[in-house]
Design a protein around this ligand. Structure first.
Ligand SMILES: C[S@@+](CC[C@H](N)C(=O)[O-])C[C@H]1O[C@@H](n2cnc3c(N)ncnc32)[C@H](O)[C@@H]1O
Length: 394
């Protein structure tokens, strides 16, 4: 691992906006300058701009290889997790680039960072020093070995398993990840008062609850309507009614949360209606959690159809956990109405519980993507196919 000395730092600053392929091709031009290392540092900074902006304030931060940059938590999700807990001692069994650890270090007196990759451990030591953090203990080891040898109790054990196979393809299920959570689950429960496990947003939530058994809380985290993380909190005793918390960050600090008991979903009362004045589309976290009945009951919104997951209401409301549209027109999906739709020329189109895909609708109507109009192709309560023309309110 190279050091970030003054010459290298100046070279990085000077070439930050270069074409990196070109820089790689011209590597022999720069004697004594480790170009591959420089390129990985520039790539790291570029990725950090969006994902980890807090690091850009420190020019001496070392960035890891691409895969660790991709796998690490973002500043937003790292901060979110840390504000859930506090205590004396926590352990992160899959340290990686250490983003989660850095935020947990603000809430725990002692943070144990465990990582099997030596270079990542060196990066963690270096970066915590640059950031002035002195309560992270770096342990270059395997999480399984650490659990086998450990005799202490932790207030929190955190695991964010590696979700890439040997071909670097993304994997989803716990049993394919490293470490295999299902194999270490019992040891985690013995050694930690609280356990937090991060999983792929593609993981089936019900399957995960069955596999993990002691799930007490599930967090479904989205940023700007893009689902990023699932978090499973395990308790030391069996939990019959886990809470599910759907969070959507609208900017760096502010999020909308929708929370319920998972078993309340099945029996929640749903009201149905034909389209009224406004249309509500739940955010990505609620969609992932499948809380379609609870949305109707808890937020007092009427559903358009059991399978449509679109809701309607008459009196404008702010702060709903999703997007709100004002309905301007409702078209039937017949020849005459399709002609009227064609006049719009451009529109954003969504198909929900509709026999045609968005592409097929575009082909039939000739509508281009974009503009101010949002069209929802869907099925009504009376099983009629309609297209709702609307404009976005929030
Ligand atoms: C998804 S990354 C963790 C990212 C981290 N949460 C962050 O925010 O930067 C998973 C890390 O776990 C490490 N890992 C996988 N299996 C491990 C094991 N059995 N013991 C220790 N580390 C392991 C990998 O090397 C990888 O760096």
């Amino acid at each position: 691992m190279h050091q970030l000395n003054e010459t290298i730092l100046q070279f990085i600053e000077k070439h930050l906006n270069d074409d990196l392929n070109q820089l790689a091709l011209n590597a022999q031009k720069y004697k004594d300058i480790p170009i591959p290392f420089i390129i990985s540092q520039i790539n790291g900074r570029l990725k950090a701009k969006k994902k980890l902006p807090f690091l850009l304030e420190y020019s001496k931060i070392l960035y890891p290889k691409k895969i660790s940059m991709e796998q690490c938590s973002s500043e937003i999700t790292g901060r979110y997790k840390a504000q859930l807990y506090k205590g004396n001692k926590m352990i992160d069994l899959t340290g990686g680039f250490g983003i989660d650890c850095l935020f947990f270090a603000e809430k725990f007196k002692e943070v144990h960072y465990v990582e099997r990759d030596k270079e990542l451990c060196e990066i963690m030591r270096h970066n915590s020093q640059i950031l002035g953090i002195d309560n992270i203990l770096v342990n270059h080891s395997n999480s399984e070995t650490v659990l086998d040898k450990n005799t202490e109790d932790f207030d929190l054990i955190y695991v964010d398993p590696a979700r890439r196979d040997e071909h670097k393809s993304k994997i989803v299920n716990f049993q394919d990840c490293q470490p295999n959570i299902l194999e270490i689950r019992r040891k985690l429960l013995k050694q930690g008062s609280k356990i937090l496990i991060k999983a792929s947003p593609l993981l089936d939530i019900k399957l995960a609850i069955d596999q993990l058994e002691n799930v007490s809380v599930i967090h479904v985290i989205s940023i700007k309507n893009d689902c990023k993380e699932l978090l499973f909190e395990l308790a030391n005793q069996e939990c019959l009614a886990p809470t599910i918390r759907c969070v959507n960050f609208i900017d760096k600090e502010n999020f909308m949360a929708f929370e319920t008991k998972l078993n309340a979903e099945k029996n929640a009362t749903v009201e149905y209606s034909l389209p009224e004045k406004y249309l509500f589309e739940p955010n990505a976290s609620i969609m992932k959690a499948g809380l379609f009945r609870s949305v109707s009951q808890n937020l007092n919104l009427k559903k358009l159809h059991p399978n449509s997951h679109l809701y309607t209401f008459n009196k404008f409301r702010e702060n709903l956990p999703g997007r709100v549209f004002e309905i301007e027109n409702t078209f039937n999906f017949n020849k005459k109405d399709l002609k009227r739709l064609q006049k719009l020329k451009k529109a954003h189109i969504k198909a929900r519980n509709f026999p045609l895909s968005v592409q097929q609708i575009r082909k039939k109507t000739g509508l281009q993507e974009g503009g101010e109009v949002y069209l929802f192709a869907t099925t009504t309560l009376n099983n009629e196919l309609i297209v709702i023309e609307s404009k976005k309110m929030m």
